[in-house]
Design a protein around this ligand. Structure first.
Ligand code: SF4
Length: 364
């Protein structure tokens, strides 16, 4: 059985990524079979519980308020709305619900309390609950854990070097700090990134170094292909080649053998054959539903047909880790502290972000 290493170097990872394709595929599939059932793939549903109006400047994101995109903003959904959507997702095979809010960071108060209630509600539906809410403090991580959160998502997006070319409103160290805060609880870590943002292969390897050298490694690593949205700074980037996606999935699988590798955004640009190769190379999760936060995603019936054609079974919830208990709000040991941590604001100038912002001013 392959052992888990936390000392991968960029050179080693580049050597894996650049192997002859068939050799890479064979090695990744071998590692995958040692650690996972190759015929099981988790179906997860991503819900945008609060859409748009985000103060950050992530160059790939149509939810950033400063860019002019066709995303319509929504206030925080109600617990009942979220419950209804989670039940619908469960009925079509999802075992995990990931709730995303377009926030820079979590602020203690009524909205966070509402999110905690959503976590309790979905956990009681016997589904894994994941949240992606921006930066969080250790106390907020404990409150989410107590509510029954299974996973917290906080993507590193790219290498530390290339991150600075995409986002100027917060630093890489904030990402790592939030992951560290989550690690102080029993909530699992979900962290991955995006390819196709104009980065070099070295940046992809750099991101995998940052993820694989975390100890423990993240339980979940989403690999996204950029969905270039009009109005965002990265709107003109070319679609990711399927070979790059397969290489990235395979490399992630080899350096993080136990991790759930998630084939995330960008599946509408991939054929079923391409996705099948990603599963063979070690991807063992997809996101279902016609939208991934705000970008298009394959229809759930198409995914079910693909599963049937490939003989894949949806993974049951809590296969990798037992279900957390949900503590009711009235019995909570962790109260709101109203902390105001000083998350970084590098605010360096990223030319294409500035251009997109100026264009938005003209159009709005
Ligand atoms: S990726 Fe998240 S933090 Fe960045 S602009 Fe979009 S919603 Fe905001």
């Amino acid at each position: 059985m392959t052992t888990i290493r936390h000392n991968w170097t960029k050179e080693e990872i580049l050597n894996i990524y650049n192997k002859p394709f068939m050799e890479l595929l064979y090695e990744a599939a071998t590692v995958h079979r040692e650690h996972h059932d190759p015929n099981t793939v988790q179906v997860s549903t991503l819900l945008s519980i609060k859409t748009g109006g985000c103060p950050e400047d992530c160059g790939y994101c149509p939810q950033a308020a400063r860019y002019h995109t066709n995303v319509e903003g929504n206030d925080l959904m109600s617990v009942q709305q979220v419950k209804a959507q989670a039940l619908r997702a469960k009925s079509t095979g999802s075992s995990r619900v990931c709730m995303g809010a377009a926030w820079r960071n979590v602020k203690d108060g009524a909205e966070f309390d509402q999110v905690l209630e959503m976590v309790r509600t979905i956990n009681k539906l016997e589904m894994e609950v994941c949240c992606t809410l921006g930066m969080i403090t250790e106390n907020q991580a404990h409150r989410l854990a107590e509510a029954g959160l299974y996973a917290y998502n906080h993507n590193l997006d790219s290498s530390e070097e290339y991150y600075k070319e995409v986002i100027s409103t917060r630093g890489y160290e904030d990402r790592l700090q939030t992951i560290d805060n989550v690690r102080k609880t029993n909530v699992t870590v979900c962290s991955g990134g995006i390819i196709g943002m104009g980065e070099k292969i070295e940046d992809r390897a750099g991101m995998l170094v940052a993820l694989s050298t975390l100890n423990p490694q993240p339980e979940s690593v989403p690999i996204n292909a950029l969905v270039a949205v009009e109005g965002t700074p990265l709107a003109e980037e070319k679609p990711v080649e399927i070979w790059d996606m397969i290489r990235m999935v395979a490399t992630a699988r080899i350096v993080m053998p136990e991790t759930q590798v998630r084939l995330s955004a960008g599946r509408t640009q991939m054929s079923r054959e391409g996705q099948a190769m990603c599963f063979f190379a070690g991807a063992n999760s997809i996101f279902a539903g016609d939208k991934l936060l705000t970008t298009p995603n394959p229809d759930v019936n198409e995914d079910l047909k693909m599963f049937e054609a490939l003989g894949l079974n949806p993974q049951k919830p809590f296969t990798k880790k037992v279900q957390p208990q949900s503590v009711e709000a009235s019995e909570s040991k962790f109260q709101a502290l109203g902390e105001k941590p000083k998350w970084t604001r590098p605010e360096h100038k990223i030319e294409r972000n500035e251009v997109a912002k100026q264009q938005a001013k003209v159009l709005k």
